[in-house]
Structures are given as C-alpha cells and as structure tokens.
Design a protein around this ligand. Structure first.
Ligand code: COA
Length: 163
C-alpha cells in the first residue's frame, strides 16, 4: 500500500488543500496530513485548531484513508519514521514550483529515499491561500468559497475576533 505524507502549516486548511487531499486519497492507499508544529513559526490558529479543522473536513468528506497529526523537526526525518513512500505537495503555478523544487531537492539530500509527488491545484483553487483567508476573514469578508464547509463558521468567528 502506498503511503504519502501531505505536510504543511495549514493556517488554516483551505478548499485548495482539501482539493489536493481528496485527489490524493484516490491515488494513494494512505494519506497522512502532517501539520507543522514549530514554536518559532507563528501561526494565527493554534496547532489544536489546525488539526481539528483538518479532521472535521476529513470526516465530512468521508476520506477513510486520510488522517491528520502534528509533526515537529525535519520533514525528511518524519518521512523516514513514518515509512512513507513520498511527500505530497500541491502547486498553484510557477511561483509555488520554485519553492517546491528546492524543498524536494533538499529533502532528498537529507533522506535519499524521499520522493516528492506534486499535484497541480484545480483551476478554481489557484488563487486560494491561507493568508488570503486570514485577511478576508479579519476584514469581515465572505470566506465561504475558500475553506471547507465544516470549518467555515468557526474560522470566520475566530478571524473576526482579531480585528
Ligand atoms: N491550495 C491552496 N493553497 C495552497 C495550496 C493549494 N493547493 N498549496 C499551497 N498553498 C498555500 C497555502 O495556502 C499557504 O499560503 P500562504 O503562505 O499565503 O498562507 C502556502 O501555500 C504554504 O502553506 P502550506 O501549504 O500550509 O505549507 P507550508 O509551505 O507552510 O509548509 C513545510 C511547509 C511544513 C512543508 C516545510 O516548512 C517543512 O517541511 N518544514 C519542516 C522543517 C524542514 O524539514 N525544513 C526543511 C525543508 S527542505
């Protein structure tokens, strides 16, 4: 069974991320969403909130071969410990590509068995990003078409509290 790890900050998990996750679930035997826990990277949402958003989206979409957990430290080490076959990343265009190509090369240098599989974002999600969700939500805009339905209200309320 092929196992992939889909890592990210997911601050918060968007419909763009969900699109990648759902498509990966159809391709791989097991998909583990690995949520970065890094005390030096400041996220707006807590680790527990970010995990809860992903888990409720997984449940709502019945993705029985997906799960989510936190990870700390080097991704290459996590891939090795998890005995995963590859890292999964989504890219939205040329800007994402440069960053992903460098990360894939470095992860392979750190752990030569570490392959990276990239899925292209679906056209309707090309403009979606976590930072845009945060900005639109903080300013009271409608984030309904940007984040999974299961998390919409909670995310919108939390972002409005920040203003
Ligand atoms: N749809 C929507 N948005 C997408 C997307 C998609 N398909 N793909 C990427 N994004 C966006 C996110 O919304 C986010 O946008 P923002 O920066 O505007 O908020 C951005 O791309 C990246 O966020 P995310 O997908 O959560 O991943 P990340 O880049 O924060 O994750 C790690 C980076 C966790 C994979 C990387 O930092 C890591 O591996 N860290 C561990 C330490 C390590 O090993 N370092 C060496 C790496 S070589």
């Amino acid at each position: 069974m092929t196992k992939c790890v889909y890592p990210g900050s997911f601050d918060p998990f968007t419909l763009g991320h969900l699109d990648i996750l759902e498509r990966a679930c159809a391709l791989f035997g097991e998909v583990k969403v690995a949520v970065l826990h890094n005390s030096r990277k400041r996220c707006f949402f807590t680790l527990d909130e970010r995990l809860a958003f992903i888990r409720s989206a997984i449940e709502a979409r019945n993705l029985s071969n997906a799960s989510a957990e936190a990870f700390e430290g080097l991704l290459a080490d996590y891939i090795k410990i998890e005995r995963a076959d590859c890292v999964l990343r989504g890219i939205r265009g040329a800007i994402d590509y440069e960053y992903e190509a460098a990360m894939a090369a470095l992860n392979k240098r750190l752990y030569p068995k570490c392959e990276t599989v990239v899925l292209m974002a679906s056209p309707e999600h090309i403009a979606v990003s976590s930072s845009m969700v945060r900005e639109i939500g903080r300013l009271g805009g409608d984030i309904g078409s940007l984040v999974p339905e299961a998390n919409r209200e909670t995310i919108a309320e939390r972002l409005l509290q920040d203003e």
